[in-house]
Write a protein that binds this ligand. Structure first.
Ligand SMILES: [Zn+2]
Length: 155
């Protein structure tokens, strides 16, 4: 089996911790919500679906840093309780195989390719995008909601 050329980059622990502090302080732009379905609330830190009854923080995250035409912030969830950052970074998170679009960006943070990962699966699309030298990094997003799921970097 060939080795993959990617590593998964979940959001940094500092981001999740800051969101929890902001929510605790009552920031209007950090909502505390309770999951009410098993596949609607992905935590971007542990890269798992929150289970019904678990609490999450909903807040805006700058997936593409400001200052460029493709700069973008949007809503993401993290578990309200401390969770373990996704650690199997050489493996695509198995819980996010369905309903994902893969986007490639260049070093100027311009979007250069996007493809819905149907059939061949997210890994194959990610690997193909990262084989192109102009790809600097890849994002995985929800097809239905458009929300940022994770970054993927070249090894
Ligand atoms: Zn989590």
């Amino acid at each position: 089996m060939k080795n993959s050329n990617f590593r998964i980059v979940p959001i940094r622990p500092e981001i999740a911790e800051a969101a929890r502090r902001q929510a605790e302080a009552g920031s209007a732009d950090h909502a505390v919500i309770t999951a009410d379905s098993p596949n609607g609330y992905p935590c971007r830190h542990c890269l798992r679906w929150a289970q019904p009854g678990e609490q999450l923080i909903l807040f805006s995250f700058a997936a593409i840093a400001p200052g460029r035409p493709y700069s973008e912030s949007g809503p993401i969830f993290v578990h309200a309780e401390p969770c373990e950052r996704y650690a199997a970074t050489h493996e695509y998170p198995p819980e996010f195989r369905e309903g994902r679009v893969v986007r490639a960006y260049n070093s100027q943070r311009d979007l250069i390719a996007a493809e819905v990962a149907n059939g061949e699966g997210p890994e194959a699309v990610i690997e193909r995008f990262l084989e192109k030298p102009e790809t600097a990094f890849v994002h995985v997003r929800s097809v239905s909601h458009g929300c940022y799921t994770m970054e993927v970097a070249r090894i």
